[in-house]
Design a protein around this ligand. Structure first.
Ligand code: WQD
Length: 351
């Protein structure tokens, strides 16, 4: 059976995508150095699918270690590349670590794609490549503006590197998937978002505040030119994003013309403000959230949401989860985490 390599397989979107790939008949291995993840996700994947996933704890910035994975697995027919740093705010404070990690990892991986003739390459890109768009919703042909953060710049450069690579390496077909804001968790609550340290993204900040891990959260600005002054995003359930990767791979496997490098927006097409997201969370969880309005965050785009027609038409993508379900599964996951942490605390008290 052909193997799919998922880089960042212990991460949030990577782990959910592995579940979807397995459910659609693919054999999967993972590369994840666990610098921003733990292998807890692998046991969650096993609980959901019954499959034990082999993870190679390899830093993609180490070319020889990365190449060794391909030497050991000569049946890798496709790669889905998630492994990258992805916090907009953090990238503004630590640009060099973002450029080093995200670019060196991608280039080492593409060298292996060429050497080992991997047929299909799916790149985890982002709506941040659009910068602050002139008009919304954005289509795949919307202008690629100046990136608002080093994180966004690494995704713009990553796309350019892959397009130039696709031009010369004819045996590999490529697609770039531009996610909007992935949120929520698998409905079983066996896998979900596990931010290391203080959460930088909105939804984990909401759920950790609601459960009491954080005393309070701040809305980063309510003086933007939007309907309620807070930033607008296109929140999309992580399981919908995951399934789009399976569809993307199937699209590449079925597609004849290998030289193209297709781009797809993965968003719901609905723009939601930060304050609306908070209100939806309070509605579905029954929890009153302790938040205050704080200063703007450097690197934030004011408003963006997707025109997703291309992915719907070409990939046959059907979105299953609405905003209520995104917030409900995120909250169920946070509750499950607390249950596990309390159990661990009791056990350590007993031992
Ligand atoms: C969303 C909004 C914040 C935290 C993310 C990923 C990036 C990419 C795009 C996939 C902003 C506000 C946040 C908080 C807040 N996804 N916020 N208080 O910056 O849009 O980027 O989606 O590739 O990888 O990072 O997401 O969740 O950080 O912020 O007010 O405590 O919520 O200012 O307006 P962002 P985010």
């Amino acid at each position: 059976m052909k193997t799919i390599l998922v880089t960042g397989g212990c991460g949030y979107i990577g782990s959910h995508t592995i579940v979807d790939l397995i459910e659609h008949g693919f054999n999967v291995i993972s590369i994840d150095d666990n610098s921003r993840s733990t292998d807890i996700a692998l046991s969650g994947i096993e609980k959901i699918t019954g499959k034990k996933i082999k993870n190679y704890k390899v830093d993609l910035k180490d070319y020889n270690d990365t190449r060794a994975v391909f030497q050991e697995n000569n049946d890798i027919t496709g790669i889905i590349h998630f492994a990258a740093y992805k916090a907009v705010g953090e990238s503004v404070e630590q640009p060099l670590s973002y450029y080093e990690n995200n670019m060196f990892g991608l280039i080492n991986l593409l060298k292996c794609v060429e050497e080992f003739s991997v047929a299909h390459f799916v790149f985890s890109s982002s709506c941040t490549v659009y910068g602050n768009p002139d008009s919304i919703p954005v289509t795949e042909n919307s202008a690629i503006k100046e990136a608002e953060s080093p994180y966004g710049a690494t995704k713009q450069m990553g796309e350019r590197i892959i397009k130039d690579f696709a031009h010369v390496v004819k045996k590999t077909s490529n697609i770039l998937l531009r996610y909007f804001n992935p949120v929520g968790a698998h409905p079983t609550s066996f896998i979900g978002e596990l931010p290391i340290g203080k959460p930088m993204n909105l939804v984990p900040a909401i759920t950790q505040t609601a459960i009491g891990k954080l005393p309070k959260m701040f809305v980063h600005g309510n003086d933007y030119t939007t309907r309620d002054g807070s930033c607008v995003r296109d929140y999309i359930h992580v399981c919908d994003i995951a399934h789009a990767h399976t569809l993307g791979l199937q699209y590449l496997i079925a597609r004849k013309n290998k030289t193209q490098c297709d781009v797809f927006n993965l968003g719901t097409g609905n723009g939601v403000t930060v304050l609306e997201a908070i209100k939806t969370f309070e509605k579905v969880s029954g929890q009153k959230l302790n938040y205050a309005i704080g200063p703007r965050r450097a690197g934030d785009v004011v408003a963006i949401y997707a025109n997703n027609e291309l992915a719907v038409q070409q990939l046959g993508w059907k979105i299953k989860y609405n905003l209520d379900a995104m917030m409900k599964t995120a909250w169920d996951w946070e509750l499950k985490l607390k249950e596990a942490e309390d159990l661990l605390k009791q056990q350590s008290l007993l031992n």
